[in-house]
Design a protein around this ligand. Structure first.
Ligand SMILES: Cc1cc2nc3c(=O)[nH]c(=O)nc-3n(C[C@H](O)[C@H](O)[C@H](O)COP(=O)(O)O)c2cc1C
Length: 195
């Protein structure tokens, strides 16, 4: 029988490690859902880059569609590990990662990904692929012989969870679900939910 852990972070880490051990492609890929000013939700995949003691960090372009919607201060993350028949939903509030930490992470990225972060005006209309490749070439020439600095419009976001739900498939769709809520004094005791 599935036994929840007292600490949802510890449980999350264990499941992520098991997903990695299975050799799954992109076990750290998660759907990030945000809401526009008109109330319309949108989702896209991003990669979890760090699980800090406070939450979950991903990196993106702040001027993208999601970048604007992250400004509302709340978002939802969803992991699905098919090979393990597991899902984790994480809802929370958002904070920008400190510039120094974004700089540090940016400096570990391959040079072409760094150039790409400058070249891509993420989510805005692009007249042709050639135009993008021309921008990459121009930027390669601009930064030749020097380090590529982090673009100011690119960096990390920390999602601080307020609710986490763990789902494990069961026979005959009698799945196990456990929900944790963050309260003033820490995480609630996990409650079992109907599947
Ligand atoms: C597996 C996977 C991982 C991705 N990881 C990221 C990521 O970490 N950061 C990012 O900005 N986009 C990532 N993308 C691209 C996004 O899904 C999305 O297309 C892009 O960020 C633009 O989203 P937006 O228009 O909603 O802002 C990833 C896509 C896939 C399929």
């Amino acid at each position: 029988m599935l036994e929840p852990k007292n600490d949802p972070f510890e449980w999350f880490d264990g499941w992520l490690e098991e997903a990695k051990a299975k050799g799954m492609a992109d076990p750290n890929a998660m759907a990030l859902s945000t809401v526009g000013t008109d109330g319309m939700p949108s989702s896209r995949m991003v990669l979890l880059k760090e699980r800090t003691p406070r939450g979950f960090v991903f990196y993106t372009n702040f001027e993208s569609r999601k970048g604007g919607e992250l400004g509302h201060g709340m978002a939802c993350l969803l992991f699905y590990w098919r090979e393990l028949s597991r899902q984790i939903r994480i809802e929370g509030t958002l904070e920008r990662v400190a510039d120094e930490d974004s700089d540090l992470y940016f400096s570990t990225r391959p040079r072409l990904s760094q150039i790409g972060a400058w070249a891509s005006m993420q989510s805005r209309p692009l007249e042709s692929r050639e135009h993008l490749l021309a921008r990459v070439e121009e930027l390669e020439a601009k930064f030749e012989g020097s380090e590529v600095p982090r673009p100011p419009h690119w960096g990390g976001t920390l999602l601080i969870p307020r609710r986490m739900e763990f789902w494990q498939a069961g026979d005959f769709r009698l799945h196990d679900r456990f929900e944790y809520l963050y309260q003033a004094d820490g995480w609630s005791v996990p409650s079992r939910l109907f599947p």
